[in-house]
Ligand binder design. Structure first.
Ligand code: AMP
Length: 214
């Protein structure tokens, strides 16, 4: 059983690396942000509760987030383990997590704020199939259209400079103490996330003692 948490500021490649880990090692990828985005898109009651908070770059209330994480992990569909992305984001959430689940490793993706800004503000998403693009590193063949389904490319509603500033400030004040809490338990591996994505993945596997080339 492998249970990991992946942390890092938005735009540091958390979602990408969590997906690679999940696909390679048969883990369930639990992205709290994706769960909320699904609710917003599908106009659920929960979606209505979190839509504005998310668009402003603020954090959703701890009780709500904790119940979403608990309900998701209580599904117990993770035979080989899970990788949680976007949680915990503050000290309280970290304490809740450590009381409820044991964890084998915490991956912290390190990226300077200027690089985060450069990447996040050029990030685009297909409005139809959800595929990720980046106007710097992964441009679509036809401007503003998805290469796969020709859907319109859009920015995430929270990928604008004001919300990004808010999220960076929130990350530095609230999330850094989480890393300290995990460091006390000696779970933490810090990874340079500015490298190409396959190199970052190889570094993560190496540091977590995971067999590559499976
Ligand atoms: P993400 O996709 O991880 O960037 O999350 C998108 C948004 O969902 C965040 O800006 C928050 O509004 C909300 N969110 C995701 N995870 C959490 C969390 N652990 N605690 C509070 N809010 C969260």
């Amino acid at each position: 059983m492998r249970k990991y948490v992946i942390m890092g500021v938005q735009g540091s490649g958390k979602g990408t690396q969590a997906t690679l880990l999940a696909d390679t090692f048969d883990l369930v990828h639990v992205s709290v942000g994706d769960i909320f985005r699904w609710h917003v898109q599908n106009h659920t009651k929960l979606g209505a509760q979190v839509r504005r908070i998310m668009a402003s770059g603020d954090l959703v209330d701890d009780d709500l987030v904790e119940s979403v994480v608990r309900n998701r992990l209580d599904e117990h569909d993770w035979n080989y383990g899970f990788v949680v992305d976007g949680f915990p984001r503050n000290a309280r959430q970290a304490e809740f997590f450590l009381e409820s689940f044991d964890i084998d490793g915490v991956v912290v993706l390190e990226m300077p704020d200027e690089e985060v800004e450069r990447r996040v503000l050029s990030r685009r998403l297909c409005s139809q199939c959800g595929l990720d693009y980046n106007l710097i590193a992964h441009r679509p063949e036809v401007a503003d259209r998805c290469d796969v389904c020709a859907g319109k490319l859009v920015s995430r509603p929270d990928d604008h400079p004001e919300a990004l500033r808010q999220r960076l400030a929130e990350y530095h004040t609230s999330t850094a103490p989480v890393i300290e809490i995990f460091q006390r338990k000696e779970y933490v591996v810090s990874i340079d996330a500015t490298k190409p994505k396959q190199d970052v993945f190889n570094d993560i596997c190496h540091r977590l003692d995971l067999p590559l080339g499976r």
